[in-house]
Design a protein around this ligand. Structure first.
Ligand code: AMP
Length: 565
């Protein structure tokens, strides 16, 4: 970890790209392949490979509490250090100076292991313990970069493309091959491993070797979607499991790969034959959903879940929870890798492919030892469908489609740029997702904190409460959703209506009412209310509402109970 931190410092101290490249390549070369692979992810500004679904879920407050525990510093000292840098990592280094061990004993892989363990646990106390243990063993400089990696802001002027160049240089591989492998895999660590082993060519497109998946960025509203895409291609967002289908070979077969690139075909045996009916060799992208054939619509994920994790897919399961593969993209067909073609062309080719399918007249889903299987009506059970596409050019059109998607029981919309290439492993603004909110709550702000980075000087992070009788009980903290000018105005108001100044945080008069959206309600021992909103976003300031009119704790409980069914 010491070597990584030293390299990061050197990277931060120069703006010259050639020098950065040299530092990075020298660093990678000096490490074991596994250390270099983990570092490649960190230097690209991520904690886990982009293609992984893992998230750390360690917020600034948790880091802050751990730092306070380790340093024993007062709130005032802590917030003074923070405000000097506007960066928790840099503040951590200063706060830990003279307290942290002087000798480095940590390895990059120790940090990677702790991040993985933290991502796997959900409780904040378990995460706190893990982070405390890690930071306790770190030197002040190492702590600086551990915190920076966690907060996702290295500020060393390195982009993933530079890491690709460094890999090429460190392992003496052609840059083109590195870029191509990373493009196909969507995993910089795996790319580095292949480069180190001289096996980049194995990342070439080959049937039954899954490519990385293109990912979507969330948007909060139809309006926001049009900030990124002018005329959108729109599909329903199906609530199932993402799967890449590979079809071809001799004898002809079909395989389904999950986001983690595992072969999941055995869990969905009824999809094999219908997929194999596509002509030639093809690679499709789509979603496996539990399917109601009579209503021709997807069922909620909870249905599909009943089939997952079962060792054996029994006939009974096949019959009671039929599935469909809803295809929405085409990555490879007719011997051509289609990733660089725009979505509108890939969509036409996918359309054509569906018309060329030749269902074997005797197609039935195989059962057990290869016998034929019918459902009650004698219909084949597994279906392969093309996800219907619409076009939208205005927020109103998008809102209508959104409503219809929800009415069909789907999760919302995927909004895609028709000109976009297929970027494996990348989460950009070419694909956007607009999801149904679980619910919204009207809450009142009880405290405000100074933000990070460019928001270090403004009170942008707000803690908010719901009502229980006369009491206000906090249920969460949000720092996204407001515009800069709203934040500036609120900061002024908070400064003038402070009840207690805790340095980095101010208790404020409970007068500002916000409408917040969130993804779920969780049990929490952090708040007195016993609940915390997951991923809260501020939708708007409710100047039309007073604090007496906000939502109650009963309402929070109700949403909590409802989401469990
Ligand atoms: P989320 O899991 O909320 O991050 O949303 C992204 C996921 O939505 C993708 O990884 C897919 O599994 C899924 N999805 C559902 N419908 C579509 C669609 N029409 N296009 C792309 N992804 C979809």
């Amino acid at each position: 970890m010491h070597a990584l931190a030293t390299a990061a410092e050197a990277l931060a101290s120069t703006t010259r790209k050639t020098q950065k490249l040299e530092i990075l390549a020298d660093y990678l070369k000096s490490r074991s392949v596994e250390e270099a692979a983990a570092s490649a992810i960190f230097f690209s500004g991520h904690v886990f490979p982009v293609s992984s679904e893992r998230t750390l879920q360690i917020g600034g407050a948790l880091v802050w509490n751990v730092l306070q525990e380790l340093t024993g510093k007062s709130e005032a000292e802590m917030s003074a250090a923070y405000r000097r840098y506007g960066d928790t990592g840099a503040a951590a280094e200063e706060l830990l100076a003279g307290i942290a061990p002087a000798e480095s004993t940590l390895n990059v892989l120790n940090a990677a292991e702790v991040f993985l363990a933290a991502a796997k646990t959900s409780g904040s106390s378990a995460k706190t313990n893990l982070l405390r243990e890690l930071l306790r063993h770190a030197t002040a400089l190492e702590a600086k970069y551990i915190v920076k990696i966690i907060t996702g802001d290295l500020r060393i002027g390195v982009k993933e493309s530079l890491v690709e160049e460094a890999i090429a240089r460190a392992y003496d591989a052609p840059l083109e091959d590195v870029r191509r492998a990373n493009m196909l895999l969507g995993d910089i660590a795996e790319t580095l491993r292949l480069a180190a082993a001289g096996r980049l060519a194995s990342a070439a497109m080959r049937l039954f070797h899954p490519l990385g998946f293109m990912l979507a960025s969330p948007v909060a509203s139809a309006e926001e979607a049009f900030e990124y895409i002018a005329a959108a291609v729109v599909e329903d967002k199906y609530d199932g499991i993402r799967a890449q289908a590979h079809v071809g070979g001799e004898p002809r077969r079909a395989r389904l790969f999950s986001r983690t690139r595992d072969d999941v075909t055995a869990s969905f045996p009824e999809l094999e034959e219908p997929l194999a009916e596509f002509p030639g060799e093809v690679v499709l992208d789509g979603e496996i959903v539990a399917w109601d054939a009579s209503a021709q619509r997807a069922l909620p994920f909870t249905e599909l879940q009943k089939r997952l994790g079962r060792k054996k897919v029994t006939d009974e399961l096949l019959r009671s929870i039929p599935v469909a593969y809803v295809a929405f993209d085409l990555l490879y067909a007719g011997g051509e890798l289609l990733l660089d073609r725009p979505l509108r062309e890939r969509a036409l080719l996918l359309e054509a492919l569906f018309t060329q399918r030749r269902p074997a007249p005797s197609r039935r889903v195989r059962q057990g030892q290869g016998k034929l299987h019918f459902d009650g009506e004698g219909e084949p059970v597994g279906s392969v469908l093309r996800a219907p596409q619409w076009k939208a050019a205005t927020p109103t059109e998008l809102d209508q489609l959104f409503e219809r998607s929800l009415a069909r029981g789907n999760e919302g919309l995927m909004i895609k740029d028709p000109e976009s290439p297929y970027k494996p492993g990348s989460r950009g603004k070419w694909w956007l997702k607009l999801k149904r909110e679980l619910a919204t709550l009207d809450v009142v702000v009880t405290a405000a904190e100074y933000g990070h980075g460019k928001r270090a000087g403004v009170l942008s992070d707000v803690t908010f409460a719901v009502r229980e009788g006369d009491r206000l009980l906090n249920v969460g903290k949000a720092y996204s959703g407001l515009t800069d000018s709203e934040i500036a105005e609120l900061t002024q108001w908070f400064l003038e209506h402070t009840l207690a100044d805790e340095g980095w945080r101010r208790q404020v008069e409970p007068k500002i009412v916000l409408e917040v959206a969130f993804n779920a309600v969780m049990r929490s021992d952090r708040h007195e209310s016993g609940y915390a909103l997951r991923f809260p976003r501020i939708l708007r300031i409710r100047t039309d509402k007073s604090a007496e009119e906000i939502d109650t704790l009963d309402r929070v409980r109700e949403i909590f109970e409802k989401q469990r069914v």
